[in-house]
Design a protein around this ligand. Structure first.
Ligand code: 3H9
Length: 691
């Protein structure tokens, strides 16, 4: 036996142990060795029962996702699981950590399942654009019933061991996995026949009698599945569980799984899975470690500051919110309390958790309160002079080695760092609003940022449940710099012939949750207006709307109309008239624009800018840009982010369209970036640059 799987015997119990760090993914080598170990144990006259367990931090966390893009190798998942289920001796899955996807499917093929307290069990395949492909949609409902299986498969979210036991998914919970597994195996060793999930009919019986009930139960899930293929396939597969024989249903599940696995959506979602993890990596010089962060301080008690403070408290890290204006501080603390009360009312946390988290947040009106913080995040007004003055004060007051971060969305972090005598400790942490909900953080590495300060920021953002992506210094970093091009193009489309609702619909049909004009109305048009004014820029329609005091949802009018108390955008004839008149005044002949052209005009210039960002080294990998757009700007994850999407469209086509846009608009930024030209000419995609 080689080192991935070991087989040992403890008296009459054979124990198969998988040891394939970091997460015991069930790759082909592991499958081969598990199958060999199983057959040996089954043939061993001294063995009465078999335990399947894992070393390290978790039970099998699923298929090896990197193998899903390659031709399946034998023994396949279904072959191994079939062999386990067919074994005449009881096989006990002993789980800890996270039993996910194909890992849970292996356990479902075992005759008994036990878990260490704290284990989480789930079928997250839907998040990768696939369905469970090794019996999960067939064996799970036979153990827990259709409704519970539906909830687990459609959400992809794992459930705790207690819930798994209550629903019949596991047979027992133990405090000591090794001893508990041996004791459990001895208890069931003589029981025959072994119980097989495939033979159970009781839990699915109500739906077998009334298959139409599945459609009713599935409707709510399908409604939320806009654009995605996997949810409907999962329902089809569950339907097979109640209308076909087990073997026919397993074949149906496999066919659905294979089609999804080979489709573009799953490829895109798998790309994002690995890109998210790659984005959080930074090479530290040998011997260097991230610094310890035991206390944090946030300066500025606005919406952003309060949201960031909540994220820290949620992760159990004590945090001070500092605002020199007592009323502003009180408003911030009130926002925090209100957010927690809302979560409590919705059942998102207990009273005890709320009290604990509130207890971790302290308010102060004196900057000296940062003295004991290991990390300070500035979230004050977006003004270079204010920020530079503040950082000079932080330099005086912060303890040595504290990481000093600015939450600026645009400004030059190098200039901010130069206001201190310790630029090696300064970096940007660009959170997105609402900061307690949005997971993206652009971690801005300035010219002099020390590697261990950067590593500290990354580790910390991961600890508070965010997705960090390292970016370099430029105006707007990665996300806002690309967004700016989309905003300009959206305005141009209005003047050329589209209406706000047509532009927005083209992007929501593409898969964005909201279109650009609905987003502007939500964010408030005045913020971008002020910024344009500061930069001497003009947007014909948006500026005029602001001059009319149409600032978006907060004034009930913006690009759309909002009825009192409603957030639903209604097309506004007054805006249409303004657009038509402005176009006429500027001598632009308006004509209808097809949805496909709207999408290309909005996205291709962004992809072009993304290419420049890559070429300049502002982003390290094209996947980093994809993660930023998927987790911070609502780009549909199943399209893999803008740079991955560009690969599916084809770079030569994008290059040619950009040349047309440059001619049509006279905007030099639309000329294809040299790197885009090169890749298109070489027939390559961005991902080839990522290594
Ligand atoms: C499936 O099972 C299909 C079947 O139904 C049918 C088959 C026929 N494969 O997330 P982390 C790597 S689909 C390959 O940072 P954590 C990850 O890239 C699968 N690699 O750790 C990273 O590598 P690196 C269903 C994987 O502690 C390292 O492990 N299963 C896999 O924050 C650490 O990962 C899932 O979808 C994998 N399956 O979280 C579960 N998983 O260090 C996916 C992880 O080089 N995994 N890696 O960057 C997870 O949700 C989390 O990794 C987990 C640990 C919760 C397990």
């Amino acid at each position: 036996m080689t080192d991935l799987v070991t087989l040992r015997r403890d008296d009459n119990i054979s124990v198969i142990t998988i040891d394939n760090p970091p997460v015991n993914a069930f790759g082909v080598k592991v499958r081969e060795q598990v199958l060999a170990a199983l057959l040996r144990a089954a043939d061993d006259a001294a063995t009465d029962a078999i335990v399947l367990r894992c070393a390290g931090r978790t039970f099998i966390a699923g298929a090896d996702i990197s193998e899903l893009g390659k031709p399946p190798l034998s023994p396949t998942f279904p072959e191994v699981i079939k062999a386990i289920e067919a074994c005449e001796k009881p096989v006990v899955a002993a789980m800890h950590g996270t039993a996910l996807g194909g890992g849970l499917e292996v356990a479902l093929g075992c005759h008994y399942r036990i878990a260490l307290a704290g284990t989480r069990l789930g079928l997250p395949e839907i998040k990768l654009g696939i369905i469970p492909g090794s019996g999960g949609t067939q064996r799970l409902p036979r153990l827990v019933g259709i409704e519970k299986a539906l909830a687990m498969i459609m959400s992809g979210s794992p459930i705790p061991a207690e819930e798994a036991q209550a629903s019949g998914l596991i047979d027992a919970m133990v405090d000591d996995l090794d001893a508990g597994a041996l004791a459990f195996a001895r208890e069931v060793a003589a029981r025959r026949p072994v119980p097989r999930a495939r033979d159970r009919a009781d839990r699915i019986a109500p739906f077998v009698a009334d298959p139409a009930a599945l459609d009713a139960a599935a409707a709510a899930y399908l409604k939320r599945a806009k654009g995605l293929h996997a949810p409907a396939a999962a329902i089809d597969s569950l339907r097979a569980a109640i209308t076909l024989s087990f073997d026919e249903a397993i074949a149906r599940e496999r066919a659905l799984f294979v089609a999804l696995r080979d489709g573009e959506q799953s490829k895109a979602l798998r790309h994002i899975f690995f890109a998210e993890r790659a984005a959080a990596k930074v090479d530290l010089p040998a011997g260097e470690k991230p610094r310890k962060v035991e206390r944090a301080a946030i300066i500025g008690a606005g919406t952003m500051g309060s949201g960031i403070a909540i994220s820290f408290a949620n992760a159990g890290i004590p945090v001070s919110i500092i605002d020199l204006a007592p009323e502003a501080l009180q408003r911030g603390l009130d926002t925090v309390a209100k957010t927690y009360r809302g979560a409590l009312a919705r059942g998102g946390l207990t009273q005890e958790q709320m009290d604990h988290r509130l207890g971790l947040i302290k308010g102060a009106t004196d900057l000296a309160a940062i003295a004991d913080a290991d990390l300070v995040i500035e979230a004050v007004f977006e003004d270079m002079e204010i920020k530079r003055k503040l950082f000079a004060d932080l330099d005086r007051l912060a303890k040595p080695g504290a990481v000093l971060a600015t939450n600026t969305s645009y400004l030059d972090v190098n200039a901010i760092a130069q206001a201190t005598g310790r630029p090696q400790d300064v970096l940007g942490l660009h959170f997105f609003s609402p900061a307690n909900i949005m997971r993206l953080v652009e971690v801005v590495r300035a010219e002099k940022t020390a590697p261990d300060a950067l590593a500290t920021a990354i580790a910390l953002t991961r600890t508070i449940g965010k997705i960090p992506v390292v970016v370099g210094v430029c105006h707007g970093f990665v996300g806002n710099r690309m967004l700016r091009l989309r905003t300009v193009e959206a305005e141009r489309l209005l003047l050329e012939g589209a209406l706000p609702q047509e532009v927005d619909r083209a992007l929501t049909d593409f898969g964005f949750a909201m279109g650009p004009f609905a987003v502007s109305d939500l964010a408030g048009l005045d913020i971008a207006w002020r910024m344009r004014q500061a930069q001497g820029l003009r947007a014909e329609i948006a500026d005029r709307l602001c001059e009319m005091e149409r600032f978006g949802q907060k004034t009930g009018r913006g690009f759309y109309l909002y009825e009192a108390g409603s957030r639903t955008p209604k097309p506004d004839p007054e805006v249409e008239q303004l657009i038509v008149e402005t176009a006429a005044r500027l001598g632009i002949a308006r004509a209808p624009i097809a949805a496909k052209d709207i999408v290309e005009r909005l996205l291709f210039p962004m992809i072009n800018e993304g290419t420049r960002i890559l070429d300049e080294g502002i982003a390290q990998r094209s996947g980093d840009i994809d993660v930023i757009w998927v987790s911070g700007y609502g780009f549909p994850s199943w399209r893999g982010g803008p740079m991955h999407y560009a690969g599916t469209v084809g770079l030569p086509y994008i290059r040619d369209r950009l040349i047309e846009f440059a001619v049509k608009t006279g905007d030099a930024r639309h000329r294809p970036a040299s790197l885009l030209e090169k890749l298109a000419g070489d027939g390559k995609a961005f991902v080839t640059l990522d290594g």
